[in-house]
Design a protein around this ligand. Structure first.
Ligand SMILES: O=C(O)CCC(=O)C(=O)O
Ligand SMILES: [Fe+2]
Length: 220
């Protein structure tokens, strides 16, 4: 199923839940999930500046994973920032967060304006081109606790975001684009019942930076 941002609703999957002068908000109406998309949560001017600063200022690293005994590079660069003293395991990699920087604190404050929670960490992904991706997964690491709240903001090149139900195989895959300055919220049972990915694309795409704000429940 395809979501076209130019036509407001597609196949009744999305229910428009609010519409202010500057914020278009859509609620995805699928079973076992609570997913909301703000198309332009940040203005273009804000997003352009954020993109440039994150690109320059973030301490990007190339992580490796073991696959059939072989070490391979993750197809993206990552970084982990947050309250000091919290460790987090992701794709079998343990990360020690780097302390918040001014631009990250600014973005965090902006998303917390509507979040009604306070995030203690953020995972950043840098997709250099269409060959960079993140494959099917749920953000369901034990450190995130039950029904994690994930606020995901995107800057730079537009990429396709796909969701598939873990158990109801008859449900079609859902996909929509994450645009420059968008905010995607996933909460409730979303991670328990759904997986998501950013697929590779052969299209020419601009570099993209994504930040997922998370709450780590336990210190390790
Ligand atoms: O880049 C994205 O939009 C998704 C990233 C993601 O799923 C993750 O970091 O867990
Ligand atoms: Fe994820």
């Amino acid at each position: 199923m395809k979501y076209d941002p130019d036509t407001q609703l597609s196949l009744n999957l999305w229910q428009e839940s609010a519409h202010t002068s500057h914020l278009q908000v859509d609620q995805l109406s699928v079973p076992d999930a609570e997913i909301t998309l703000y198309h332009s949560y940040f203005t273009v001017k804000e997003s352009d500046e954020i993109l440039q600063r994150l690109f320059m200022e973030v301490n990007w690293r190339q992580d490796k994973i073991k696959c059939y005994g072989k070490e391979i590079n993750l197809p993206r660069l990552t970084a982990w920032y947050g309250d000091i003293g919290k460790n987090y395991t992701y794709s079998k990699i343990t990360m020690n967060p780097i302390p918040w920087t001014p631009v990250l604190l600014w973005i965090k404050k902006r998303v917390e304006e509507i979040a009604q929670v306070s995030f203690n960490s953020v995972l950043l992904n840098f997709y250099r081109d269409g060959k960079d991706s993140v494959s099917w997964h749920s953000d369901d690491e034990p450190e995130l606790g039950k029904d994690p709240i994930i606020y995901s903001v995107s800057f730079g090149g537009e990429r396709k975001f796909q969701l598939r139900h873990k158990f109801q195989k008859k449900l079609e895959k859902i996909e929509f684009n994450l645009t420059h300055g968008s905010l995607l919220i996933m909460k409730g049972k979303t991670q328990e019942y759904w997986q998501h990915q950013i697929p590779k694309t052969t299209k020419l795409v601009m570099p993209r930076i994504n930040l997922t704000f998370r709450i780590i429940k336990c210190l390790t």
